[in-house]
Design a protein around this ligand. Structure first.
Ligand code: NAP
Length: 324
């Protein structure tokens, strides 16, 4: 089969579309024909050699969708021909014509979703759910600031929070992103490129601040997040790309909690809970992955450049050439 292969860590140019060993399903595993793969920022960190990098050579990608081609011994829930989306918990390999996943890493793809949307579900929806409900303990009537709401995780968080009865303040750097987050349910859409947006959060909350911050770029915002978080509030750090200076007095003065959140820390039990909750939200139309761009899989380098650039508005997916 053909796949995007990384043989040396480096820039996007190390992503090469070439022949790679055919995966075979073992007991409890499915062999899938990939129809779309989701591009996540962590794919870029791994390709660059950071973030607990994989052993070389490797095929990138945790998320995707496709058709079941073959099932391994003991698989009960799936049959050849089933449409599924998947999110690999440990290995990578979605940027390929075929991939093997464990039975519990796959979920049946509902008829209302196409393969591109299926590929957009895995990591973004699970991250948003875990951060909002399992880490921050969000409840109806809370006010949440989704700091970086125009990307894949942010849009899922906006959709989930709105449906759960929270007041949602989302931010985006571009006009298209702000339009998108309003359409997906944010009550307020602010511009995180403007320093004014922190003052606007306080205006919206009548000086009280928000109960929860979901932070996508902590190195840019963490210090200032404390100033817009209400008494006893929680700041969940989901993404960061550098160092940041904070004044701990901001935490002390209002009993704030700052917590990290990595999906890779989720226990198998938590993974099951998240997977069931996400599937139910998709079925009810609460979660509706928004696709920004579909590219042919050999253009993975372009996709990985784009995912790191400002101006997010949904998900970038890669489709094997036979299905473009
Ligand atoms: P994405 O689709 O590329 O979106 C990135 C988001 O960050 C966009 O909304 C972008 O907004 C926003 N952003 C840019 N500058 C910002 C600023 N100054 N303040 C606040 N937000 C800003 O990426 P994603 O998949 O949603 O992931 C978001 C972050 O979470 C990434 O850093 C990723 O590595 C991380 N992540 C962590 C986990 C975990 O388990 N902890 C899981 C998944 C993702 P504009 O483009 O509109 O400026």
């Amino acid at each position: 089969m053909r796949a995007i292969v990384v043989k040396a860590y480096g820039g996007p140019e190390v992503l090469s579309w070439e022949e790679f060993r055919e995966p075979r399903p073992g007991p409890g595993e499915l062999l899938l024909s990939v129809r779309a793969a989701g591009v996540n920022p962590v794919d870029v960190y791994l390709r660059s050699g950071g973030h607990g990098a994989s052993l070389l050579p490797f095929v990138p990608g945790f998320d995707g969708s496709g058709l079941v081609e073959e099932v391994g011994r003991g698989v009960r829930r799936f049959h050849p021909g089933d449409r599924v989306y998947f999110s690999l918990w440990k290995n990578t390999g979605a940027y390929a014509e075929r991939v093997v996943c464990r039975e519990e890493e796959a979920v049946r793809l509902g008829d209302t979703l196409d393969f591109a949307q299926g590929a957009a579900v895995g990591m973004p929806c699970a991250t948003a759910y875990r951060a909002l409900f399992l880490r921050a303990g969000a409840l109806a009537r809370d006010v949440v600031l989704v700091h970086g709401a125009s990307g894949s995780v942010g849009l899922a968080a906006v959709q989930l929070a709105r449906a759960a009865g929270l007041t949602v303040i989302g931010t985006a750097g571009g006009e298209e992103g702000r339009r998108r987050i309003s359409e997906e349910g944010a009550h307020h859409a602010l511009d995180h490129r403007s320093p004014e947006h922190f003052r606007q959060v306080l205006e919206i909350t009548k000086g009280k601040g928000v109960d929860i911050v979901l932070e996508m770029l902590a190195n840019a915002n963490l210090g200032k997040d404390f100033d817009v978080t209400a008494m006893g509030g929680k700041v969940v750090v989901i993404g960061s790309r550098g160092l940041v200076e904070i004044d701990p007095r901001g935490l002390i003065s209002r009993d704030l909690s700052v917590m990290g959140m990595s999906l890779f820390c989720a226990s198998p039990r938590e993974r099951q809970i998240i997977s069931a909750a996400v599937a139910a939200s998709l079925e009810k139309g609460i979660l509706q992955p928004f696709i920004r761009m579909v590219l042919p899989m050999p253009a993975a380098a372009q996709a990985q450049r784009l995912v790191m650039e400002p101006g997010a508005s949904g998900k970038i997916v890669l489709v094997p050439p036979a299905f473009v």
